[in-house]
Design a protein. Structure first.
Length: 116
């Protein structure tokens, strides 16, 4: 039996971490939740605090800057950089069976690896 990559969307107090841990134990595959931030920080050079703050939602200040500077050829917001770093980590984790909690992994997997 081939095991898939499972993604669990996260919402406050929904129990995604608990469900992922139980599935991980039952299926014998790793799961990634909070340690995902650490791994993204190691791979990208961004601070864990920046990834926590900008990783899933753009800050109000970041949105304002992005609105005014998004047309500039050389402008890349930290939000864009963190998104790209997280995308690389998700794709590297998805190379083998695992469970990924949050970080919009479900959307990325659907867009980047449809019907694998």
């Amino acid at each position: 039996m081939s095991l898939p990559v499972i993604t669990i969307s996260r919402e406050y107090a929904a129990g995604g971490h608990v469900i992922a841990a139980a599935l991980s134990e039952q299926l014998g595959i790793p799961f990634y939740d909070r340690d995902f931030v650490r791994r993204t920080a190691e791979d990208s050079g961004y601070a864990e605090e920046d990834i926590e703050r900008e990783g899933e939602r753009m800050s109000p200040g970041g949105r304002l800057l992005n609105t005014f500077l998004s047309g500039a050829v050389s402008y890349n917001s930290s939000y864009d950089g963190i998104y790209e770093a997280q995308k690389k980590v998700i794709l590297s984790l998805a190379a083998s069976p695992c469970i990924i909690v949050g970080r919009c992994a479900d959307v990325l997997m659907e867009i980047l690896l449809p019907c694998r």
